[in-house]
Write a protein that binds this ligand. Structure first.
Ligand code: 3HC
Length: 339
């Protein structure tokens, strides 16, 4: 349903790619080389010189993204033991495991920028680091699992396919595999909901009720409107971000409306309609107060999500200790044998 092609046009194709000049003769040549690479749409690799602000922006975005994948395991993981059939349980297990894997690729990509895994996790566990607002909403029924696949993963793909062309090599390469897997997640969600829609009246009502609850938080997931997005302009000039928050949100709405029609559900927005002039859908106002409350720790499940994550990390301490002890023993043995 969502293309994996990397030919999504930028929002601002003619936008200048140059980055602000750094004062000081020592760095001028390095900065110039960096600018030329960005302008030529070449990849920046870990060993390349890069401005500190570029490095900080990447660590911020990639670590937030990794944390989202890891926290994102919780709402669905909640349903593994209650899946309605062995087939659905196997699919859900694989999907939740995939999300864990995405987090690990992304932590590795962030580590190439010189920030340790421990530092990144510390930011998450102390509540300093952000993760996606969407994972602070509860999964009340089995239909929520399908809706997360269809809408949440659908929105995630819309946002993440352009990141496959991010200027930072390790992030871009990690995103190619992640997007392939997310595409499967989106399809399985759609298929699961289609199955329910062909079922009983009660199942159809369950799907509709879940869609009603998730629609608006999913639209907010793309981030604040462009006019209120402090990081967008610089992120786009550096080729980290390729398409703006509002443009991606619009693409998502336009792609989802026909899917909802095929599925037979109503999207809960009385202002949603095709605009002939714009050749896009108009849609209603998003509740940004609710979005910011959720981002700032006061959404429906923020405290529960963080507490579960911290407990899992604490409970897993013995595994990390055992792995480190084993690695140290292996190293000592190798040194002894080499001596
Ligand atoms: N939830 C939480 N915080 C959000 C947010 C959201 N949905 N959208 C924006 N924000 C935060 C930003 O992080 C930023 O905070 P900061 O400056 O303190 O870091 C602030 O709101 C302002 O937003 P901006 O638009 O200026 O920020 P960005 O330019 O970084 O754009 C973004 C935000 C579009 C989320 C961008 O960072 C991005 O594309 N990130 C990579 C993709 C990602 O992280 N996706 C999360 C979902 S992953 C997922 O869904 C897992 C899958 O399994 C389904």
């Amino acid at each position: 349903m969502y293309t994996q092609a990397l030919d999504v046009p930028d929002s601002t194709p003619a936008a200048p790619q140059a980055v602000p000049w750094v004062a000081g003769p020592a760095e001028a040549a390095l900065q110039e080389r960096f600018d030329l690479k960005i302008d030529a749409d070449q990849k920046i690799e870990p060993q390349d010189w890069m401005p500190q602000a570029y490095r900080r922006t990447l660590v911020r975005q990639i670590s937030q993204h990794a944390h989202s994948e890891i926290i994102g395991m919780q709402p669905e993981g909640n349903w593994i033991s209650r899946a309605p059939s062995l087939k659905r349980k196997a699919i859900l297990l694989a999907k939740v495991q995939d999300e864990g894997g995405h987090g690990l690729y992304l932590y590795s990509a962030a580590e190439t920028l010189g920030t340790s895994r421990d530092q990144l996790l510390d930011g998450l566990h102390t509540g300093k680091a952000k993760y996606s607002s969407i994972f602070n909403y509860p999964t009340l029924t089995w239909a929520d699992v399908g809706v997360i696949g269809w809408l949440v993963d659908g929105a995630a793909i819309m946002n993440q396919v352009p990141i496959c062309r991010c200027s930072y090599g390790p992030y871009a390469r990690a995103m190619i595999r992640i997007c392939k897997e997310e595409s499967f997640h989106q399809r399985q969600g759609f298929e699961s909901l289609m199955t329910m829609m062909k079922g009983t009246e009660g199942q159809r009502a369950m799907v509709q009720e879940a869609v009603n609850r998730w629609w608006w938080p999913v639209l907010a997931m793309f981030g604040p409107p462009d006019a209120d997005s402090p990081n967008s302009a610089q992120g786009m000039r550096w080729g980290i971000k390729r398409i703006s928050n509002d443009a991606l949100r619009q693409k998502f709405v336009d792609a989802t409306v026909p899917q909802a029609a095929i599925m037979g559900v109503t999207l809960p927005d009385s202002e949603l309609r095709w605009n002939e002039e714009r050749q896009q859908h108009d849609y209603g106002a998003i509740d940004w107060d609710e979005f910011w409350a959720t981002v700032n720790g006061n959404g429906p499940c923020n405290k529960e999500r963080l507490a579960t994550r911290v407990k899992a990390h604490t409970d897993g301490q013995w595994v990390r200790d055992a792995a480190l002890t084993y690695a140290a023993k292996q190293k000592a043995r190798a040194l002894k044998e080499a001596a």
